[in-house]
Design a protein around this ligand. Structure first.
Ligand code: ZN
Length: 183
């Protein structure tokens, strides 16, 4: 299969969000795709995260998720997405945070060492509860990924201007043209 982890796929600004964003187009079940459904891609993620994730330097080299931990890790991923997506939309329920904390605890317990994707993702997910301020977290207007907006005036709409910003611009142009062409 022709797939590679590109810098764009690490647009979240935090490791936990990059992990959550391994599911493409969550809001569109027909086109949605789970990059971690392929074990090799999940293994490769740990290899490139130290250099491509914004938090990479903080965590350094990390071992891939142990096969026995995969299910718990994917559970953590879903808990990250559910809690932070709901918090960003202002609809977080107390239970979502509890589930996230349980999932991080489970992954910290299972992690073979501090230098593992399980451990690094759990720590990143915990840090995001307070840091940076919650209003820095956003949902990309084009692809639905979670990302941190660290810009000075918190003005970002897109996870990645070069990809999603341009796509949105092209869409707007397309729709305008269609309107103009109407008889
Ligand atoms: Zn995007």
């Amino acid at each position: 299969m022709d797939f590679s982890w590109t810098p764009h796929r690490f647009s979240g600004g935090a490791l936990a969000l990059d992990v959550a964003n391994s599911v493409i187009l969550r809001h569109d079940p027909d086109r949605s795709c789970d990059r971690f459904a392929v074990a090799q891609q999940l293994d490769d993620f740990a290899g490139v995260a130290p250099s491509l994730s914004a938090e990479g330097p903080q965590y350094g080299a990390m071992t891939p998720v142990q096969p026995a931990n995969r299910q718990a890790f994917l559970h953590l991923r879903e808990a990250i997405d559910r809690y932070y997506r709901a918090r960003t939309l202002g609809v977080a329920e107390r239970g979502y945070l509890a589930t996230l904390l349980e999932a991080t605890a489970e992954n910290l317990r299972l992690a073979p060492s501090e230098h593992s994707l399980e451990c690094a993702t759990a720590r990143s997910a915990l840090r995001l509860i307070t840091e940076p301020a919650p209003d820095r977290m956003k949902i990309c207007g084009n692809c639905g990924w979670l990302f941190l907006d660290r810009s000075k005036n918190k003005s970002r709409f897109w996870c990645d201007m070069a990809v999603c910003g341009n796509r949105a611009k092209a869409n707007r142009h397309y729709h305008r043209k269609r309107l103009e062409m109407r008889p």
